[in-house]
Design a protein around this ligand. Structure first.
Ligand code: SAM
Length: 209
């Protein structure tokens, strides 16, 4: 991933603003409990964590990413936003990380993954790992590219080709995998497409302990 983002990270937030749709709606919906914890998996430049920090000023924030280059940008952005005391960042693989070792805690009130599953080959494992990090009564929220099925075929073909150049593949079976993992962790799932299939939102709600 460092190879992908070494140079792109400098223009990442500006360019992605126009096509990583649904991120701000997810952030507005997070609604963590007062003093609650929020983990972003695949946090990239830290753009989302900073927005979470502004929207939910009492939340404690955690982020992991596999790319040290992205984390370097995230650390600088978090410092610039004056959020050093509230945000902990660590390098880790979404498919297998030890939250206790990285952050000193195993569970988080809210866990979210924004436009990262479409870049992770073993994304089902990443969803399972994320679900295990959700505290009782908490939620995992996901937003990513959708099936593009209600958009013109020429658009779908063009977009998929363009995304492939960035190692991105929309996960057409995201909803069914999320439902399966929700059953495994004893939670309830929900999935819906946004913007005529451009994006997809999925969630797992874990039972209160
Ligand atoms: C398209 S960016 C999205 C960044 C951010 N979540 C956002 O919405 O702007 C995907 C991010 O996922 C990270 N990533 C890719 N594979 C990963 C993995 N296996 N574990 C953790 N992060 C990963 C990349 O380094 C990159 O920062």
């Amino acid at each position: 991933m460092d190879g992908v983002y070494r140079y792109q990270r400098h223009i990442y937030d500006l360019t992605r603003k126009y096509y990583l749709l649904g991120r701000d709606r997810l952030i507005a919906d997070l609604c963590p409990p007062p003093g609650g914890s929020v983990l972003e998996i695949g946090c990239g430049t830290g753009r989302n964590l900073i927005a979470v920090g502004k929207t939910w000023p009492h939340a404690r924030l955690y982020g992991i990413d596999i790319s040290e280059a992205m984390l370097e940008t995230a650390r600088a952005s978090v410092a610039k936003a004056g959020m050093n005391a509230r945000v902990l960042l660590a390098q880790g693989d979404a498919c297998a990380f030890d939250a206790e070792r990285l952050f000193g805690r195993q569970r988080f009130d809210r866990v979210f993954i924004s436009y990262a599953l479409s870049m992770i080959p073993d994304w089902q494992r990443a969803v399972a790992q994320a679900a295990r990090c959700v505290a009782p009564g908490g939620r995992l929220e996901i937003v990513d590219f959708g099936p593009q099925d209600r958009l013109p075929l020429w658009w779908k073909r063009l977009l998929l080709r363009w995304l492939a150049a960035f190692h991105v593949t929309p996960r057409s079976d995201l909803g069914s995998i999320v439902a399966q993992i929700a059953r495994e962790v004893g939670g309830r799932s929900d999935a819906r497409v946004l913007y005529r299939g451009y994006a997809v939102r999925a969630a797992i709600r874990c039972e209160a302990g």
